[in-house]
Design a protein around this ligand. Structure first.
Ligand SMILES: [Cu+2]
Length: 215
């Protein structure tokens, strides 16, 4: 959820066509083609616009960042007992450093007043986002606002070619799943968010503040 893709589709014979994603039971979209074909048929473009140029690790100018998508079960009373956190290299600090972090509702939880990552315009950085999943069957689509990022590795294995995303899915239930991406911060300063795109995960704390600043 939350990811975007541009897809060109040309209708052919009348019928029902499903757009499906690997590993997802239900179709993402169903297209119904009716009536007669137009004549002459619309042509698909012979060439697509060039994609955004790739980033290279040699362009990195800022620190490596790590985000750990973490769940602590049975922390809260009521219908939503799990605590969803974003840990890693700039986690929201614990309320009590000597306390039980698995029961510390401040630790790693979204705090709108706390800037987790200060990001300078023009920098290129490498982020690794991984799961630390103790509760099975919770996928975590990671989303960074404002700047698209180039996913270069999954679970440490390089992608050929790398792929631009603004949201990238990590399957839950398999601790240690990871994606690595390169990102250049461009154009816009200000406060934005990095978060899991499962709404109830982000609302229960799996979200961080990033601030884009002038260099
Ligand atoms: Cu999540």
């Amino acid at each position: 959820m939350g990811n975007r893709a541009d897809v060109l589709v040309r209708g052919d014979e009348p019928g029902r066509y499903e757009l499906r994603a690997d590993g997802v039971d239900d179709p993402l979209m169903t297209v119904v083609v009716t009536e007669e074909s137009v004549d002459p048929p619309m042509q698909l473009p012979a060439a697509l616009p060039p994609g955004r140029p790739f980033l290279d690790e040699g362009e990195i100018t800022g620190p490596d960042r790590e985000v750990v998508l973490h769940v602590d079960p049975e922390v809260f009373d009521g219908a939503f007992p799990n605590a969803y956190r974003m840990l890693g290299s700039n986690a929201t600090p614990p309320a009590d450093p000597d306390g039980d972090l698995t029961r510390d509702t401040a630790y790693g939880r979204f705090d709108p007043e706390y800037v987790n990552h200060t990001l300078r315009l023009g920098d290129v950085e490498r982020w690794t986002v991984r799961t630390d999943e103790t509760v099975p069957s919770h996928g975590h689509p990671f989303h960074l606002h404002t700047n698209q990022f180039l996913v270069t590795h999954r679970n440490g294995e390089p992608l050929d070619p790398p792929v631009w995303h603004d949201t990238v899915g990590l399957a839950g239930g398999t601790p240690g799943d990871s994606v690595t991406f390169l990102v250049r911060y461009q154009d816009f300063t200000g406060i934005a968010l990095a978060h899991c795109h499962q709404l109830h995960h982000e609302e229960l704390g799996m979200m961080q503040v990033v601030e884009y600043v002038e260099p």
